[in-house]
Design a protein around this ligand. Structure first.
Ligand code: NAI
Length: 344
């Protein structure tokens, strides 16, 4: 079986070469992302393997089908870059629903601590023998209220971490989890109450039409002055321009972003020799109270090997048995894991 693997990075190649040992899978690695211009590279492959910033729109799906490609194997959980409605009935879409919620939740906690204790500033100062503490005052997390939007796998691990710090949790989810609300330190609430009462807000829900720009001018208006916004989920959950205005107005106390709504052409690449065309991102990065990492939250050795092993199992299962529990279905207007075992 031949797989055309797009947006390949050295750490992907290392993990996947390990995972396909003793299988009949042959991987052709391509550094380029999948899009309408590069889709022809999939010729001769039975499946393509793609990541978060590859484009799987209607035109790409049509071309893949014409080339005889049967499967899009996502090596990630989110699938907002796939036109699921169009794909249904044409091409099978497999994903890795979970690989390490700890990786993402722990990165979120790392960003939070770095921000509120000004570690990013202190690190640079002491390297320059500047041992002054001026401007480095932080605040205790203990006793603060964190609003967690999305209480799935990652959100729940993040809640556990926050509880370890003695924080109170206000949670919001379209589909609340049984047994999480203890009526005391962790409580489900509506979004407006969460916005009004949280010192820190962390996003752990998928990007959908409903959650697009969940954090915008109107929601920021409802927040406490000094609120810290954490986004390790998907960039377009946050209206970046509104966030920037909120920071300039001193309404937002800090922002930690592992994702950015226009990240596709920038993140994961070394652009250090280039002039950044995106003024909003450039301005955000210039702020002393903004920390940006480039979609790095998943990047642990445990997560990478889980991603590779699950993707290979998905492909072997699909091509051997014609079905895979991690296939995505699009029924009734929503995409979800296939319950029937045969999507079409
Ligand atoms: P999950 O599927 O376990 O949890 C998502 C939760 O969001 C579910 O409880 C769901 O009910 C809830 N939800 C759905 N629609 C909602 C809405 N309109 N409002 C509020 N909540 C809603 O997913 P998981 O594994 O916890 O991942 C969460 C997100 O993290 C993913 O969607 C993905 O975008 C992001 N992610 C980011 C990574 C990174 O490296 N930065 C790596 C992996 C995931």
């Amino acid at each position: 079986m031949t797989i055309a693997f797009f947006d390949a990075k050295p750490y992907d190649i290392e993990a996947f070469d390990q995972a396909v040992q003793s299988t009949d899978i042959h991987i052709k690695y391509y550094e380029t992302k999948l899009n309408e211009d590069t889709v022809r590279l999939a010729e001769g492959a039975q499946a393509v393997c793609v990541f978060v910033n590859d484009t799987v729109n209607a035109a790409v799906i049509d071309r893949l089908c014409a080339l005889g490609v049967q499967v899009v194997a996502l090596r990630c959980a989110g699938f907002n870059n796939v036109d699921m409605k169009y794909a249904f009935g044409k091409i099978h879409v497999l994903r890795v629903p979970a690989y390490s919620p700890y990786a993402v939740a722990e990165h979120t906690a790392a960003l939070l601590l770095t921000s509120v204790r000004r570690i990013h500033k202190a690190f640079i100062r002491t390297r320059d023998n500047n041992f002054s503490l001026s401007g480095l005052k932080g605040f205790d997390l203990h006793g603060k209220t964190v609003g967690v939007i999305g209480t799935g796998k990652i959100g729940r691990v993040f809640i556990d971490i926050c509880r370890g710090f003695g924080m109170n949790v206000l949670a919001y989810d379209k589909y609340p989890a049984n047994g999480l609300d203890n009526g005391d330190t962790v409580r489900y609430t509506d979004l407006d109450t969460l916005f009004a009462n949280s010192d820190i807000i962390s996003l752990h829900c998928p990007l959908t039409d409903e959650t697009h720009h969940l954090i915008d001018e109107s929601s920021l208006d409802k927040c406490k002055k000094g609120v810290v916004i954490l986004n390790t989920s998907r960039g377009a959950l946050v209206d970046s321009q509104a966030l920037l205005e909120g920071i300039k107005a001193r309404k937002v106390g800090a922002a930690c972003l592992d994702v950015y709504e226009e990240e596709a052409d920038l993140f994961f690449e070394d652009n250090s020799g280039h002039i950044l065309d995106d003024d909003t991102l450039a301005r955000l990065i210039s702020m002393p109270n903004v920390i940006v990492t480039s979609h790095q939250a998943f990047l642990t050795k445990e997560a990478l090997s889980n991603i590779a092993e699950t993707t290979v199992d998905n492909l072997l299962g699909f091509f051997e048995n014609g079905q895979c529990p991690n296939e995505l279905c699009f029924r009734g207007g929503i995409a979800e894991d296939c319950k029937s075992g045969r999507c079409f």
